[in-house]
Design a protein. Sequence first.
Length: 289
Amino acid sequence: MGPFTFLGVPIDSVGRSGGTEHAPASFRAHSRRDDPWLAADAGDLDVRIRGDVRDPSSGVIAIEDVLAMTRAVGDAVEALRRDGRIPFVMGGCCSLVPGALAGARRADPDVGLVYLDGHLDLYDGETSPTGEAADMPIAVVLGRGPSAWVDAAGSVADPDRVWLLGPRDLEEALRYGHPHPDDIAGLSYTDADAIRAAGAAPVGRATSDAAGPSWVHLDVDVLDEAAFPATDYLMPGGLQLAELGDLLRPLLASSSLAGVSVGCYNPDKDLDGSNGDALAALFRSALPD
C-alpha cells in the first residue's frame, strides 16, 4: 500500500461555523510534515454546511449544502482513485461518507464500506431527532435515506458490502424509530461489547478478510468518552485507543484498501492538542511499515 493523499472536508452538519469544520486544518498541524504515510496534500474542498431549519421535504438541515458537499467529495475521491492514489479524507462530520464511498465506487464498483462509529447512523429525515446529516450516512449509503441525498451520491451499496463496527446507541436509536440492523438483510454489525469480547485484532482481521476492497471510515466517537473527549457526542462504553489501533491495523494493511475517512474530531474541545496528537499517532502506529 502506498502513502495517502490528504483531502480536507471542513464541514459540520449542525449547520454553524466552527467545531468539526476545524478538523482538517488542525490535523495537519498534528501530523508531522515528513510523515511517510501522508505524502501528498490535495488541500481542502470549498464546502460548508450552513442552516438552522430542517428542509420540509427531506428532513435534513441545510439540505442543499449537504447535496453540494456530497457531489464535491464524490468527484474529488473519484479523481484521486483514478489517479492511483489512496485518499485520506479528514472531515468534518460523517455526512461526507456517502460522497466518499460513491466516488470510490465509481472507480471500482466492488468497494464496500467498513464503518467504525459509536452510532449506527441509519436514521432518515423523519426518524432523525436532530435533522443533522450526520445522523443518516449509512441510511443514504444503503439507499434508505432522503431520496435527494441518495440521488446526489449516485451509488447505493448492497447491505452485504457494509460492516458497522463499534456502535453502542441501539437502545436509544430504537426509541426514535431507527431500524434495527438485524432487520436489514445482509448488513453486518458488531457492537463495542462484542468487539471487546472477541478481541479487537481478531475482529479487524475477520472484517478485512470478509470485506475485500473497502473504504474505511472512522468516527472518533467509537472511542470511549474518557479516551477521546474532543468530539460532540460523548458516550461511555467505547473502545480504548489501543483497542482501536488493533482494530484498524488489519483494515489499513489490506492491499485492496480504497481509502480512509475520519469524522467528528472537534479541535475546539481539544485545547491542549492532546487528542489531535493521539489521533495522528494512532494512524502512524496502525499503518504497516
